[in-house]
Design a protein around this ligand. Structure first.
Ligand code: AMP
Length: 322
């Protein structure tokens, strides 16, 4: 088991779906990530909250394997985000973002965090992600996430971070926005020119695609959820499942994770992403067990496996159709 360092937002979210609304509940990319990943391994959290941050949420983090030595509590307001979902819950509008204490935050990495093997740069200002990357040159694997806001307002800073990490996570829309490519495959190829080893394209309720710089490719199925209560944090819980799983396996002799492990990791990502959608905030993750993750893993194997031995009938193999 290796520990995982995460830097990202810890927030108070107000979320509206076509069916319900919650106000100022625990949110933020790093909150979702830490809750998901701590099912697998200890998580070292780097973030900031204001003095208005509810004590009960700090107590929740403390009740998990989430180290809070790198969580600063500063005079001022906690990061706040307000979002509204459409009936197609793959689509949402950000109504308000208030950085609060993140506006002038600089990460301080506690010495006990330095031996974290895996690093997740969750969604936050790219300059802050870079500072943490600078402070952790020895990590075994670095994974980066971002969002449309930073692609639009801090593109060059984001690109600088992308050049220095191993894996980039992007939603399909973010990939199009960043690359200008209509095709996901062409977009992923463009990202490899920055030096990334893998690109993972998140497709919301349709699953995720894993691309390797050597042309390797894997399509991970989504779990068919009947009722989506709130998709907020699905991308961050996805990352929590991905890095959480990888923290439980060793890389190969060349220091790289094995392709089969990367595939399993993406499936864990989809599973954690599916669970988080079943309730608001981190509520479903709070009561989630690895036994439930394992059951969903088997269901996905069953529903996505198909016969690899099909061949065209002899006559059809030689004659062109039509
Ligand atoms: P996801 O649904 O995976 O994209 O993550 C949603 C979470 O990201 C919410 O809990 C928000 O608090 C957080 N978030 C929204 N906008 C930002 C931002 N600009 N920077 C950092 N975190 C954000």
């Amino acid at each position: 088991m290796s520990s995982i360092l995460v830097v990202g937002s810890v927030a108070l979210d107000t979320v509206e779906t076509p069916f319900a609304r919650v106000e100022e509940v625990l949110g933020g990319a790093a909150s979702y990530f830490s809750t998901a990943a701590s099912l697998y391994s200890p998580v070292n959290l780097v973030a900031v909250v204001g003095t208005d941050f509810p004590q009960e949420y700090l107590e929740f983090f403390r009740s998990r394997a989430i180290n809070l030595s790198g969580l600063q509590v500063r005079q001022g307001r906690t990061f706040r985000w307000v979002g509204r979902y459409h009936l197609d819950m793959n689509v949402r509008d950000t109504l308000d973002t208030q950085l609060g204490v993140y506006a002038d935050f600089h990460a301080v990495i506690p010495p006990e965090y330095r031996d974290s093997a895996l690093l997740f740069l969750a969604n936050i200002q790219p300059d802050l992600q870079r500072e943490v990357l600078d402070a952790m040159p020895q990590v075994r694997l670095s994974v980066l996430d971002s969002m449309d806001l930073w692609i639009n307002t801090a593109r060059s800073q984001l690109t600088e971070v992308m050049r220095r990490v191993d894996i980039m996570l992007m939603s399909e829309e973010e990939l199009r926005l960043y690359t200008g490519c209509a095709s996901v495959v062409a977009g992923a190829r463009q990202l490899f020119s920055l030096g990334l080893k893998y690109v993972i394209v998140k497709q919301g309720s349709y699953g995720a695609l894993l691309f390797g710089h050597d042309g390797s490719y894997f399509s991970a199925p989504a779990y068919p959820l009947e009722e989506v209560v709130d998709p907020t944090g699905a991308g961050d819980a996805f990352a929590g499942g991905l890095l959480g799983y990888l923290s439980t396996v060793e890389p190969g002799p060349d220091g790289r994770y094995r392709w089969e492990d990367l595939k399993r990791a993406v499936v864990h990502g989809n599973i954690l992403g599916s669970f988080v959608c079943e309730d608001f905030s981190i509520r479903r993750l709070q009561r989630l067990t690895l036994a439930e993750v394992a059951a969903r893993y088997q269901e996905l194997v069953t529903c996505s496996h198909f016969d690899p031995n099909w061949l065209p009938p002899r006559s059809a193999a030689t004659a062109p159709a039509g």
